[in-house]
Design a protein around this ligand. Structure first.
Ligand SMILES: C[S@@+](CC[C@H](N)C(=O)[O-])C[C@H]1O[C@@H](n2cnc3c(N)ncnc32)[C@H](O)[C@@H]1O
Length: 285
């Protein structure tokens, strides 16, 4: 099915479909391996991007909505332990799901509330707190989730702009999300991996059996010391978690990113304008 075809969301789902509300055709469309949609950043389709861009890397709510539609049914519950300005939580409200999130920065939490007001979307539960202390927040109650959808911070300080790259609008790619020592984005690559595993282990304790953990990861440029395929290292790290199986990945081609002539005219340097969407399933009760 061609990428440009409209997603057939109005067709009935097979009654045996326990995962989502999609028909076979919509399911097939949702399995295309590369998502290369251009998400507008202004007008109604921009989903208050002018507010959300105060964050260095807000995810398009429409992208998160597509994933939520595949991995949950209407009325399902979604957890985002690294919620930022709420790409996942906005998508929950758009898709008739309930969401809960954690975000270290009170500043981003306030922006999320402002975005909800501007868009007239129902605010979901957003706790200002540390993902590594998820069990201590009473606001989550005893809630179990159908899906964890998250876009963790990753060794952000290492992603410095390369020669010839214009600094992004907003706070820029090389700017840490926060200066908080609890911010996983401020850890170096080797310290980041176990810290992410620790945080996700706590979130997974709340994921229903057969619920999916879907997370974004962007690779770094290779060095002499390491390949820096962060997505591969994250998969290896998370497979240490009992009951978690790796089910594969999709790729998000971020059409808002510019291409640069890195290395020209001497050597190959990759443009990394894509992110991996890693898919795991909880096989444990
Ligand atoms: C890549 S951003 C998520 C962006 C989000 N998907 C959005 O649409 O806005 C990762 C977020 O994790 C937050 N963060 C970092 N360490 C954290 C921690 N220990 N607990 C909770 N949030 C944390 C950062 O402040 C940052 O906003």
């Amino acid at each position: 099915m061609a990428d440009s075809e409209a997603l057939p969301l109005d067709e009935a789902a097979d009654p045996r479909n326990q995962l989502n509300d999609l028909s076979g055709r919509a399911w097939t469309y949702a399995l295309r391996s590369v998502i290369a949609t251009r998400y507008p950043t202004n007008g109604e389709e921009g989903y208050a991007h002018a507010l959300r861009r105060a964050h260095p890397s807000p995810k398009p709510p429409q992208l998160m909505a597509e994933l939520i539609r595949f991995f949950t049914k209407r009325g399902g519950w979604v957890l985002d332990p690294f919620a930022g300005v709420g790409g996942t939580l906005l998508a929950c409200a758009m898709e008739g799901r309930s969401g809960a999130g954690l975000e270290l920065s009170p500043e981003y939490a306030v922006i999320y509330q402002e975005v909800c007001v501007e868009l007239g979307l129902e605010p979901q539960t957003l706790i200002v707190g540390d993902a590594r202390r998820v069990e201590t927040y009473a606001a989550l109650g005893e809630q179990r989730f159908d899906m964890i959808l998250t876009d963790p911070p990753y060794a952000q300080m290492m992603a410095r702009p390369k020669t010839g790259e214009r600094k992004k609008r907003g706070r820029g790619d090389a700017t840490p999300f926060t200066v908080d020592p609890a911010d996983l984005g401020n850890l170096d690559y080797r310290a980041f991996l176990p810290a992410l595993r620790e945080a996700l282990a706590l979130a997974l304790a709340r994921l229903k059996r057969r619920g999916y953990l879907v997370l974004f990861a962007k690779d770094l440029q290779p060095t002499r010391e390491h390949h820096n395929m962060l997505h591969a290292d994250i998969v290896a790290e998370l497979l240490a978690l009992p009951g978690l199986s790796f089910r594969g990945y999709r790729i998000w081609h971020d059409m808002s990113q510019n291409l640069y002539p890195f290395g020209y005219p001497f050597t190959f340097v990759a443009n990394q304008v894509h992110q991996f969407i890693l898919v795991f399933r909880n096989e444990a009760d």
